[in-house]
Design a protein around this ligand. Structure first.
Ligand SMILES: Nc1ncnc2c1ncn2[C@@H]1O[C@H](COP(=O)(O)OP(=O)(O)OP(=O)(O)O)[C@@H](O)[C@H]1O
Ligand SMILES: [Mg+2]
Length: 345
């Protein structure tokens, strides 16, 4: 009875706790939080100074007593306390809006495919203690598939590749279940690291993480572009310690990221190789769907399609697929019961 009342008066939340982005979907409202998964803490007072994009802008610029950190590492909570503080801050912000006096919300939160029971429990605990009345876990990749409007209920093979910041997850889904999957930690952040290494090796230049990411978004690509693009890369000279600039082009960045992107392709191939042939036949026919932020990397779809000789489609607004899928799941109790990950308790 009490649970029913709570449900009536509190809006359910769907949380995508990503390695680089935390997004929250509120029932009846849509996406209400889309922030970097970064927290800036004052070590002297233990107080939170900033959360999200604001904290990210502080990275690399803080005095010693202020630390801006990412509390998730490759999709796994590495700092429980900071993750809890980050979520509490973001959830309170959502509740402080229209529904200031609402009860604690019930939450659907996503988890990676290869999580251990202990890690699952950590996610449940962190979301509960951040201020929710009930927590249900779903696999991020399932939510992404729902968000990309893949017909996961059909008795037919659907392949989805979520190209995230800390993880690349690949799954074959049929009849609301995951039939085969693989995960690699080679993902968006690896590409940033490749660019940082390239700048150091080729130009003796130290690049900031945000600069590297900016280069990846602006001129990064997986296959040759129709029109070459150039930009300036600014960093600090290793020898002199002074700022320095160089002109770079898409080909150099493509080469720098090639090994990582090839590894992602090889993992997709390996998943196909271990998928039952009936399902592979379906996948050949329908093609595979890309979601996640790195699905926006130029020509990544063409590169993968060439490598596996199967059509590849990028989902609409690929980076928000997971959280939008959670929005669908919190509204649909039957679907939730079908796909939820059993609680660790
Ligand atoms: N236009 C773009 N081109 C290339 N990469 C991009 C682009 N836009 C975003 N990205 C990258 O996408 C990644 C973030 O994607 P996403 O938000 O799906 O990851 P996440 O959910 O935070 O991480 P994960 O799911 O791995 O835990 C970042 O590495 C970001 O640099
Ligand atoms: Mg993600």
């Amino acid at each position: 009875m009490f649970k029913k009342l709570t449900r009536k008066f509190s809006k359910g939340l769907g949380i995508d706790l990503g390695s680089t982005k935390t997004m929250i979907y509120q029932q009846d409202r849509g996406i209400v939080v889309n922030e970097s998964s970064i927290v800036a803490v004052n070590n002297r007072t233990d107080q939170i100074l900033a959360v999200g994009d604001e904290a990210r802008r502080m990275m690399g610029k803080t005095p010693p007593h202020i630390i801006a950190t990412a509390p998730l590492y490759h999709g796994i909570i590495s700092d429980f306390e900071i993750t809890e503080k980050m979520l509490k801050y973001l959830m309170d912000k959502v509740r402080a809006g229209k529904f200031a006096f609402s009860a604690k919300p019930r939450v659907v939160v996503g988890v990676p495919l290869d999580l251990t029971e202990v890690e699952k429990k950590a996610v449940e605990d962190v979301v509960m203690s951040a201020g929710s009345s009930q927590v249900n876990l779903v696999e991020n990749i399932m939510a992404a598939a729902v968000g990309a409007r893949i017909p996961i209920q059909d008795p037919s093979g659907n392949m989805i590749v979520n190209l995230g910041g800390g993880l690349t997850e690949i799954a074959v889904i049929s009849l609301d279940g995951i039939v085969n999957w693989k995960v690699t930690r080679t993902a968006g952040l690896s590409l940033d690291k490749d660019i940082i290494k390239f700048a150091r090796d080729e130009f003796n230049l130290v690049l900031g993480e945000m600069v590297a990411e900016d280069i990846k978004r602006k001129i990064g690509s997986a296959l040759e572009l129709e029109e070459p693009i150039e930009m300036q890369m600014r960093g600090r000279d290793v020898m002199s310690g002074l700022p320095k600039e160089f002109d770079i082009n898409d080909m150099q960045i493509r080469d720098a990221m090639h090994k990582s992107i090839q590894h992602i392709l090889d993992t997709i191939k390996a998943t196909l190789e271990t998928t039952p042939p009936e399902l592979v036949a379906d996948i050949y026919q329908k093609g595979i769907i890309l979601t996640g932020g790195v699905a926006m990397l130029k020509n990544i779809d063409k590169f993968i399609a060439q490598g596996i000789e199967i059509p590849v489609h990028v989902a609409d607004d690929p980076q928000t697929c997971t959280v939008r899928g959670m929005g669908v799941i919190i509204e649909d109790e039957v679907l939730l019961q079908d796909i939820l990950v059993p609680s660790s308790q």
